[in-house]
Design a protein around this ligand. Sequence first.
Ligand SMILES: Cc1cc2nc3c(=O)[nH]c(=O)nc-3n(C[C@H](O)[C@H](O)[C@H](O)COP(=O)(O)O)c2cc1C
Length: 437
Amino acid sequence: MYQRAKGVSDKKPFGTELNVYAEGYTWLTHSMAPRPVAEHPVETFRISVGGAACRKPYSASIYNISAMSFGSLSASAIRALNKGAKQGDFAHNTGEGGVSRYHQEFGGDLIWQIGTGYFGCRTGDGDFDADRFAAQASLEQIRLIEIKISQGAKPGHGGILPAAKITPEIAEARGVPRGADCVSPAYHRAFGTPIELLEFTARLRELSGGKPVGFKLCVGRPDEFFAVCKAMVDTGLAPDFITVDGAEGGTGAAPIEFSDHIGLPAREGILFVHNALVGVNVRESIRIIAAGKLISGFDIAVALALGADLCNTARGFMFALGCIQAQTCHTNQCPVGVATQRRSLQRALVVSDKAQRVRNFHRKTVAALAEVVAAAGLDDPGRLEASHIFQRTSPAEIKSFDQLYTFYEPGQLLDGRAGDRLQRFWDIADASRFGPK
Ligand SMILES: Cc1cc2nc3c(=O)[nH]c(=O)nc-3n(C[C@H](O)[C@H](O)[C@H](O)COP(=O)(O)O)c2cc1C
């Protein structure tokens, strides 16, 4: 990642250092007839996001910057990310901390994330404010709107930005007063059931003038996601995209129990969401965006083979910004100026240099994906399938992903066939509530 970001050679001599006989070793099956490598993959590997209800679909890059707020990241980091996104023509997710002045300086495409704190669109007491939302969403630079339900590193957990860390700029971006802790509850107040989530999605789309609206989650209880699918069938409402974060995802700060032991990992999460949407016949109009340690062309290929349409990375772009994994994001002491609000430390991050690295990392990783796709004998990454990826399951056994994992037939859930392991979750799923009866 560093080499790609710096634009120096990313080639490796001598051969793999991985143990190809270890359980879990994963590889792609290449073709005896590889295709020419796509010449301009940044321009051509693009996916339109926005279903029929959407008046402003967005042509997204296959690889984008995952949600990281101004607050967890420094102003310099946000500026460098957005400048890189502008130069490289890809999208920059604001994270739940709102759209700051630093997001707007260079005009890179934004995905505005709305978390439980409704930062940038909240009333004085922390509820959703439709007028403020409409005013902010009209910003041309905002291309997509993402409702954050959960993230993989701490699903089901809220957050607090302590009063001491709330600078005037953070207060401005979030629309919160200084001098008091800024709380993001674990739950949303704007909706409380699967049907209400879809109604809220539709409302945001209307209020934004028809921009694509989706939601982000790390998959938890299968019956709850199935309940959202049942709600789609019952109401005819649907999000334009669903972002699936894996349990292996990153964060600025989380309890170790949550990072280590809560949430479905990315591969299973992507597959589950893909299957559920196929199973209720809504897959065609909803894009799946995947995240969770997807930092190489191969990682992206695996996610696409499991059902993702696009991929994001947060920490990949942090490395491009110069993150050295000091793991002090939560202390305000980041020594390289990426995850701190201290001005003296932020001076370590030179925006023009790091914007170039952000752009390079994106371009080189997408180019690496293009090489992987061509080796598989394909022209289009969207044609990667589960049969292209193999995994070692024991010393003497290997399986392709289509043998290892179950893929649903279209409409399978509507016929009431969720399969042995998931049937009871499908049966109890209820569009009018999250959680058990
Ligand atoms: C510093 C930091 C801040 C983050 N802030 C948010 C956030 O505001 N909202 C969110 O949905 N996810 C947030 N995430 C999670 C990422 O968006 C992403 O889903 C996750 O890190 C997986 O991608 P990665 O493995 O490529 O980092 C954050 C991650 C990091 C590292």
